[in-house]
Ligand binder design. Structure first.
Ligand code: NAD
Length: 257
């Protein structure tokens, strides 16, 4: 097992990437702290892990709130004695996120609060826990949009993911000699709730698909497998990376017909 005796905390584990990663990490031997703002998804994830013979516990937290983040880290240490892996994955994509002219200040602030401040707060309270454990792995979910611009704008979301990428890189450098690795996981477009809610017509889906050389959306499970690599000791010399798992979208200029 690739995560035997490890303790992992995953935010946004009530759905999509986080949910799949919780299942995979538990299958590989980790005890998993499932964090989400949504009780239903969080408890469903824990039940799923336990049915498969794994170990998990649900902690309800809003990652944009400092007290909640402090609490989720404390709960991980109180329940499983330590924390080795911190996957700051919770994120939102607001339906009213648009270009500079049309994005409201409220949508901008909410997106930044969850997607950027949430990652900062996870690290703020999580890094001391990793230090107490003698080191560990932090994975922050950014996105391919941190590297490419789109004519179908989501300005706040794009800016938030750029910030996650930059802060992950800097944290990797700061903590490189403490046995703490920090990587930004950058998924391409996925067939999860988050994107499918946004691409809600066949035409919108088709418009996105033409840019992906592989000609399909990715699956949350494919991102979970990359997270497993970054979480495990197999990636022991990998830190500060922009870890793209994107079906080739950032490599493409013209895609196959
Ligand atoms: P998802 O919507 O399926 O899951 C996100 C989870 O985060 C949900 O369970 C939600 O309840 C939780 N969440 C939202 N706000 C929260 C908060 N304030 N506190 C705690 N939990 C909160 O989405 P997903 O596709 O699994 O996305 C996971 C991450 O991957 C996000 O950071 C997203 O931006 C990123 N991402 C997704 C795609 C994609 O195409 N789906 C592509 C690139 C990056």
């Amino acid at each position: 097992m690739r995560l035997k005796d490890k303790v992992a905390l995953i935010t946004g584990a009530g759905s999509g990437i986080g949910y799949r990663t919780a299942r995979l990490f538990a299958k590989e031997g980790a005890a998993v702290v499932v964090v989400d703002i949504n009780d239903e998804g969080g408890y469903a994830c824990v039940a799923d892990v336990e049915t498969a013979g794994g170990t998990a516990t649900f902690v309800k937290a809003d990652v944009s709130r400092a007290s909640d983040c402090e609490y989720m880290i404390a709960a991980a240490e109180a329940t499983y004695d330590k924390l080795d892996i911190l996957f700051n994955n919770a994120g939102i994509s607001h339906a009213a996120d648009d270009d500079a002219i049309n994005t409201s200040e409220a949508v901008w602030d909410l997106t930044m609060a969850v997607n950027v401040k949430g990652v900062f707060l996870g690290c703020k309270y999580g890094i001391p826990a990793l230090q107490r454990a003698g080191g560990g792995s932090i994975i922050n979910t950014a996105s391919f949009v941190a590297l490419l611009g789109a004519a179908t704008p989501q300005l706040a979301y794009t800016a938030s993911k750029g910030a996650v990428l930059a802060l992950s890189r800097e944290l990797a450098v700061i903590h490189a000699q403490e046995n703490i690795r920090v990587n930004a996981l950058c998924p391409g477009p996925l067939r999860t709730e988050l994107l499918m809610k946004y691409l809600d017509t066949e035409e919108k889906k088709r418009r996105r698909l033409v840019h992906i050389p592989m000609g399909r959306f990715g699956e949350a499970e494919e991102i979970a497998k990359a997270a497993l690599y970054l979480a495990s000791d197999e990636s022991s010399f990998v830190t500060g990376s922009t870890f793209l798992v994107d079906g080739g979208i950032t490599a493409a200029y013209v895609t196959p017909e």
